[in-house]
Design a binder for this molecule. Sequence first.
Ligand code: NAP
Length: 524
Amino acid sequence: MWKRAHPSLDGQAAMARTYIVIFKGQAMTQIPEFKNYIGGEWVRSSSGVTFENRNPANHDEILGVFQKSTAKDVEQAIAAAREAFGRWRLMPAPRRGEILFKVGELLLKRKEEFAQQMTREMGKVLNETRGDVQEAIDMSFFTAGEGRRLYGQTTPAELPNKFAMSVRMPLGVCSLITPWNFPMAIPSWKLIPALVCGNTVVIKPASDTPQSCYNLVRVCEEAGVPEGVVNFVTGSGSELGTPLMTHSDVKLVSFTGSTEIGKTVSIACAPSFKHCNLEMGGKNVIIVADDAHLDLAVEGAVWGGFGTSGQRCTAASRVVVHKKVYKEFLEKFAARAKSLRVGNGLDPHVEMGPVVNQGQLRTVEDYVEIGKKEGAKLLAGGHRLEGGAYSRGFFHEPTLFGDVAPKMRVAQEEIFGPVVSVIPADHFEQAVEIANDVPYGLSAAIYTQDVNKAFMAMRDMYTGIFYVNASTIGAEVHLPFGGTKQTGNGHREAGIQALDIFSEWKSIYVDYSGKLQKAQIDHD
Ligand code: NAP
């Protein structure tokens, strides 16, 4: 049973009421209630219903309750964003940049607090959640500078006494829909470039990780982002998706998540030609050449395969190894996988945390069975972890399959868990062919000491991101990020390329000749 307590006075609960859980007549713990942020106000959902945010390392721990929003809440958020757009687009871009710089400064101040909360809400180890917050800091500082650039072009006109230039225009209201695996970094990749370009937003975070996005939005408020410019609604994607994707006042839907839902977004946006940028799944690969520094390649495979419990869009879930070094590589890789310490990500000795929820754990277990049935050789792991400290969370062993054939499902489909498939190759060209032969095209890597092979792989791998002698994960915010094939729809987030998502070009001609001049016709 829930009972409302007095509102707490700390900063976080200023817009959230605190609840006491009564169990067998005893007050057990205090659980904060987090609200939506619409038009500069922290408000409850019109549904009057909330949902819980639980710790995947200990599902008895409830971190907070969030609003189970309705289409009506989303419509109010869109109306607030539309209203604010008229003013925000006219604020000089360098001023917008200054506010975003302040966002970066505030995030930096609270980095540790936000990282701890993120580990509790989605499980990855503290070093990784610190990295997630750092990515939002980097994005804020990098993009704040764009407020003083947002470069267009001036160029000669083909007629006399005529001036030509191009400028970026904001789009208007943007719906931002984000996943749980980078719960602050990915919202920042969308929100910050959208704002610097002069757009206003409605952001809906993944239901597994609303608090990290809430933290980002709170910081925006504190940094001085005016009311209505950033609006935050929590709740189920399947319910809120329709108004977020189809409302006539929304000009862009920026989505990161699974390819399956990405397709839904694309279809929903098509009838009204709404812009949509989609960042979706991956089946990333490391190629290990016969001349690779093998120990380095093993470290890269462990980090790429089991970092974030394999739940990165760039996770190295396949490793293609030259037959000459295949046996030695497998032995070393299996030994490292077996030695990884799995547990609560808040423990500094833990190297791999839980997976995000029960559903994800079941998916991993299902794929382990599929791999075994397909004839792949289980070399490490293969089971969920149970008992003791594992009994309250969603833990799975780091799992390694050897002798995987390129067309097996475990080598083709995104598992999004700690399962890596190792595939032997007869020669370099075959390795590249196998590496490319999946429906996705996000990230790939090669370990080799041979500069010629490195350059050939750079040329021939059809992915949006490529690494030489480094794993498939670890993007930097000033470079474009995204993928080919079923990973994306041709856009790139991050870097200055993100500005192309969140703005439209306008070409402007100023004719000061005082007479009618006709382009392409008045040639002489
Ligand atoms: P997901 O299930 O597709 O969910 C992503 C977001 O979409 C969530 O906010 C979700 O809300 C929402 N959503 C669900 N159903 C919807 C619908 N019918 N209409 C509109 N929105 C809807 O993905 P996920 O499990 O959170 O994330 C994992 C996936 O993201 C993986 O495939 C991974 O590769 C991909 N990813 C890609 C990148 C990249 O940059 N390429 C980066 C990170 C992750 P609810 O949470 O409420 O369901």
